[in-house]
Design a protein around this ligand. Structure first.
Ligand code: KG4
Ligand code: ZN
Length: 356
């Protein structure tokens, strides 16, 4: 049966990006507009995302961002067939801002609302660019999440591994901050270009340990100790430390991905890498080499769909709505935690929160 075509407005506000997008959802998604307003300047003085500031910034910007997405798409509000909004996991104030606006629009326009799991958005985002057959293995690596997920279909996700402490992007961000480098992962990557990755010994997390979980807190500590011992850091020291950290972090991500590829044993040979850290050149090279070695296909969506955006929320919303939707979307409460995979929820230790 041909999928019914829908015009979907997606809304995303779970972290520090306020985003809205309009999507024509047929058999395949067609992005008509995708607007993302970051909040870097709001949080910069505090050296990290401040939840209260994020919530207020979302509330301040949502109307304008949504209007812009509608105008850029050339779609009128009464033409919309579905509203899709992130309902978790994430910073609760921000999620609440976006979901509340979506509920208001749903009520005033008389259009159905689909609450969306932000992680499902990431998991299905590759479809915005090119179709990848189910099932596929997803490595989701961002500032908030580090997970390996078997995406079985649009509604079935099996989490194979998650971080037991920090997310990969967080480790890049903290390393950058510690060394007084600029903006997070990209700054570490830039500094590492001229560095010697063998100069500083870095631990290889969870080595010899079975499974596909991740850990980045030991690496973070090692970077801090190395920086203290070598202080004051010259530019060369910074480059070497950035390179040593990056090599260890990427090696860890690649090893756990290799373990997951073995774990799914023949069920798929498609690997999708998404999330902000997937922008890292060394990681892309390592995953590319791993995929080639194993005869897998690697797909890394364009950065605009790897990082937080509302087009992926609109698409995941359309898929969930077609799959039956939510009985009482207006009563749906925002969730700080919302594991993708109910079966593995609660497994493992460490901080779970928005990372789960
Ligand atoms: O997906 P994203 O935009 O936001 C969420 O966390 O949801 O990911 C941002 C993360 C940040 O931690 C940033 O430092 C990291 O992705 N990142 C990178 C690179 N570009 C962004 N990490 C390593 N290398 C990069 N080139
Ligand atoms: Zn995200």
């Amino acid at each position: 049966m041909k999928a019914q075509e829908m015009l979907v407005l997606g809304i995303e506000s779970s972290c520090d990006d306020t985003a809205a997008a309009v999507l024509r959802a047929g058999e395949r998604p067609e992005v008509l507009s995708s607007v993302v307003a970051g909040q870097d300047e709001d949080h910069a003085p505090f050296g990290g995302v401040v939840p209260e500031i994020a919530a207020r910034a979302h509330a301040d910007r949502l109307d304008a961002v949504i209007d812009r997405a509608m105008a850029e798409a050339g779609v009128a509000y009464d033409e919309l067939s579905l509203l899709a909004a992130t309902a978790g996991p994430g910073l609760i104030g921000g999620v609440m801002s976006g979901l509340t606006v979506a509920k208001g629009l749903s009520l005033s326009l008389g259009i159905p609302l689909q609450p969306v799991n932000h992680l499902a958005g990431h998991a299905l985002s590759v479809a915005l660019e090119e179709p990848v057959d189910f099932p596929f293995l997803l490595l989701l690596v961002s500032g908030g999440h580090t997970q390996l997920v078997l995406v079985e279909d649009e509604a079935t996700f099996q989490r194979l591994g998650t971080t037991i402490d920090d997310a990969a992007g967080e480790a890049f961000d903290k390393t950058a901050k510690l060394m007084g480098l600029g903006a997070g992962g990209p700054a570490v990557e830039r500094a590492a270009r001229t560095g010697d990755a063998a100069r500083f010994a870095m631990p290889r997390p969870l080595i010899g340990r079975k499974g596909c979980d991740f850990s980045f807190s030991g690496l973070k500590t090692a970077v801090r100790q190395a920086a203290e011992e070598a202080a004051p850091l010259s530019e060369g020291d910074r480059a070497d430390l950035a390179a040593s950290f990056q090599a260890a972090a990427v090696d860890h991500l690649a090893r756990r991905t290799a373990a997951a590829m073995t774990a799914v044993g023949g069920r798929t040979n498609r690997l999708v890498a998404s999330g902000g850290v997937a922008a890292n050149t060394l990681l892309r090279e390592c995953l590319g080499a791993l995929a080639a070695e194993e005869g897998w296909r690697l797909v890394v969506p364009h950065l605009r769909y790897c990082t937080d955006n509302a087009a992926m929320i609109a698409w995941a919303g359309a898929c969930a709505f077609r799959g039956g939707g939510e009985a009482e979307p207006l009563a749906f409460s925002p969730r700080a935690r919302w594991p993708l995979d109910a079966r593995t929820a609660g497994i493992g230790g460490g901080k779970k929160g928005p990372k789960a």
